[in-house]
Design a protein around this ligand. Sequence first.
Ligand SMILES: *[C@@H]1O[C@H](CO)[C@@H](O)[C@H](O)[C@H]1NC(C)=O
Ligand SMILES: *[C@@H]1O[C@H](CO)[C@@H](O)[C@H](O)[C@H]1NC(C)=O
Length: 962
Amino acid sequence: MFRLRRYRYYVFFAAIVVFLLYRVAQNSEQWETVSASFPHAAPPSKPQLPPTSKSSADIQVDTSFKGISSEDDDLPQRVLDNTGKDSSAAKIPDLKNTQQADGKEDDAGFEHPPKTDTTIKEAGVLAYDHDEAAKAITPPIINVPDKSVGQGAKDAENKPVNPAATAVHWKKVPEHFSVPASEIIPLPTGKPKKIPTIQYAFGKESPESRELREARQQQVKAEMERGWAGYWKYARGHDELSPVSKKFRDPFCGWAATLVDSLDTLWIMGMEEEFKEALSEVEKIDFTIGKRPEIPVFETTIRYLGGLIAAYDVSGGKSGGYDILLEKAIELAEILMGVFDTPNRMPVLYYNWKPNFASQPRRAATNAGVAELGSLAMEFTRLAQITKENKYYDAVARITDAFYEWQESGTSVPGIFPEHVDASGCNSTAQRELEAAQDAAEAEAEANDETDSDSILDVGAAADDDNQLDLESDVKPKNQHDIPGKAKSSVLKRSGKSSALNLNVVKKKNPKTGKIELIAGERILPECVSQGLTSAGWGAEHYSMGGSQDSTYEYFPKQWLLLGGLEPKYKELHLKVSEAVKKWLLFRPMVPDDRDILFSAKLTTSGEPETDANKQYEVTHLTCFIGGMFGMGGKIFEVPADVEIGKKLTEGCVWAYESTPTGIMPEGAHVLPCPDAKSCHWNQTLYEQTLDPAFESRDEQVEEYRKRKAKARIAVEKAKEEKQSAEDLAPSTRKIGRPKKPSPGEEPLENSQLGHDNARVQKRAPISDEDLEDDATESRPIKDKKAKISAADDDLDDSDPAPGFKKSAIGQVPLQDDEDTDEHDPLQPLSHKEWVANKIKSEKLPKGFVDVTWKSYILRPEAIESVWYMYRITGDKKWQDEGWKMFEAIVRHTTTEAGNSAIDNVLSTNPRQSDEMESFWTAETLKYFYLLYSEPNVISLDHWVLNTEAHPFKRPKAPFGV
Ligand SMILES: *[C@@H]1O[C@H](CO)[C@@H](O)[C@H](O)[C@H]1NC(C)=O
Ligand SMILES: *[C@@H]1O[C@H](CO)[C@@H](O)[C@H](O)[C@H]1NC(C)=O
């Protein structure tokens, strides 16, 4: 019953929030906090804070941040008081539930991936698409032509800022589930291992090569310069430039995402002036205030934290003298550390940073994206290395351990993980069983003794006084809507007798996981039945290397490098992933020129992939990173076959770029797998049949139509003849409808179907009910086929109605009007060939593609990323040439005056610019292009390892395998 109440609240609040979000003034603290529990529904358009630029110096911010040390001795009490007062919070479902609900949006169809979007960028299709969803409903942000001209005033005019709302800062709150100092997992120590070199041993360059390379590099840099200038002029201090309208937007908390994300690119490209200017903006960023009620942890980590750390590393680290970069990284990391404060130390991925919320105990989500969970490792590890603070490493090492254990214990597709993960650490099945038992026990207890509960309450209070808060918090999170302090008594009241046994709960270290767990006493009913990571929910599981999964896999080999090969778990993780991908996901597509390329499919299973695996042969831009991953993994773990696979995977994305009218790969599409990967030849028949699943009945339909038409013609002639005969022969007993000589035009038909067929032809002509009955056996299959065709057509036509062809025309056979067919011939159904030709034309389908489900290009880096890895690994200049074709195509279609814009349709020769310039354009895409035309020792892969946002971290000095 308790459960019921929880869900009721959830539904109730969800409804209210959705309804009110756009109506209620968002600066009300209370509503802000409510919405904060609903990451998806939360309005991204918080009141526009004045930009963190010079003009905003009037905002009083808490600058007393002291980094790691926690000196908020007075805080705990105050925080508890606050939360105690905020009674509305007590009834709000926790993040866990919200995210779970979100997961249900997942559908079986093509899922648009997130990564660097992994969660964010793509239009709210997926559970992990928080940010895109947020973006989608973000009202256009006001134009600010020139920052120096009172931007704050403009903001205020459009969106009044409530000073009270802006005054809320993040504060360090006491941890509920802190790791005892003695149990913090330290960075591995020892001498870094000898790791095989990744880069090709480049020789001396010819003057011609150099000239070409440098010319190309200059063009890449020119793009960066224009985009940076546009950002600086129109969006400085904000997250993103809107490159067409010259406005800005703040989808990432408004901490100047593009600026932070681009710092290392500026440095690498030698734009030192701009780099230094940007640092003055970095200083102004206040991570303790956010424009969103919750921090998207994954995006914030890879873009901001990764960006700051890499800028620090590339600019010389400690000796570089840009201390502000490290200071800001630590400031942000300290805020983010709060996300790990859960009973099993798995992170909350959408972090309600405001103290009222942050101070409350919570669990990690029951439905987290794998990528979001697994892609925090490098950033926190590198920070731990730089600061020598093991706690940062501990935070992510526990996640790795959880993945490691899960891989060991086995998933449905051994080696890899399902897209949605239950990270809560609680076995809900077991919990339900226990609750049922508990309820039964309670009922019995209540019947037996009604006075018991009072004395139990006293016990609870005593426990509080005895400073057992820690213990209680551990137990409490089940009732997430209960607030600290009050939680206990409500638990006690609720559970009557059994609650007294809370005192029997003991903390124990699980010898297997090394984690502290609550072990229930003899008769106690634990609040959470502990478990490791599991698949979320009960439905089908999705496995792929695409969005929302990608970077977890990407980080295994990269973490291994970053740790100098001293943590063998990452190698094991990677090698098992690689085996699984090869066994289950990789496929060779059938393409027109028989190119030997590979893509990675998406597999759906209900748990028995050997028998129930359903594969979608998808081609997604996000998955294009995988070529680089296989290439690099193959080098460092000495698996040459993986390097070859990496090449073919990269060539796959090159092919996808080449195939479209723009020369740019779409976000998402499907292709046709080769029946045999070793020898695969283009089969036009097979391709066309794949495009038109109803191909068989379609041609029969045409046949049928023609037949009827012919028969109708005969009937007409017959009628004429008989009329003639009647006139000629006078009264006759001969039954009307007897066949006479076929007309010359019908010769073939008559020859093949003599005799009784002709009788039927005759009868069919002027159709009657009687005739239909006589023909029942014949006509039924026809009807069925019609139904089948119509259904198929509906599917296809819904997605893209073919102009000039009525939807109904294809399956329609005008039985009633046969006599008139000559006048209504446009109703003739399309043949399979015609139908396919029409589909290809109307959908502008590039040859080899079965469909293009997501036609946009949003300036993504993954394809050029792998091309760059391939160039550095193989030294083959063809990769530079292929990269150049991509660059020219992208620039041709995305260039705007102020920067570069995402486009809506790569299949159109004239795509529309959608006015978005993600921070990864300057952070990643242009950086990879630039490095493709750099000398190979610039960000050498043997000295640097790049995070999933292309931020290079220094690898430990090690005896590289030379
Ligand atoms: C969860 O609990 C159920 C029922 O007790 C059990 O069968 C299942 O194996 C548990 N799952 C995990 C992952 O521990
Ligand atoms: C092409 O595909 C069709 C349809 O599957 C098949 O019947 C035919 O044998 C294939 N042709 C070749 C050369 O494999």
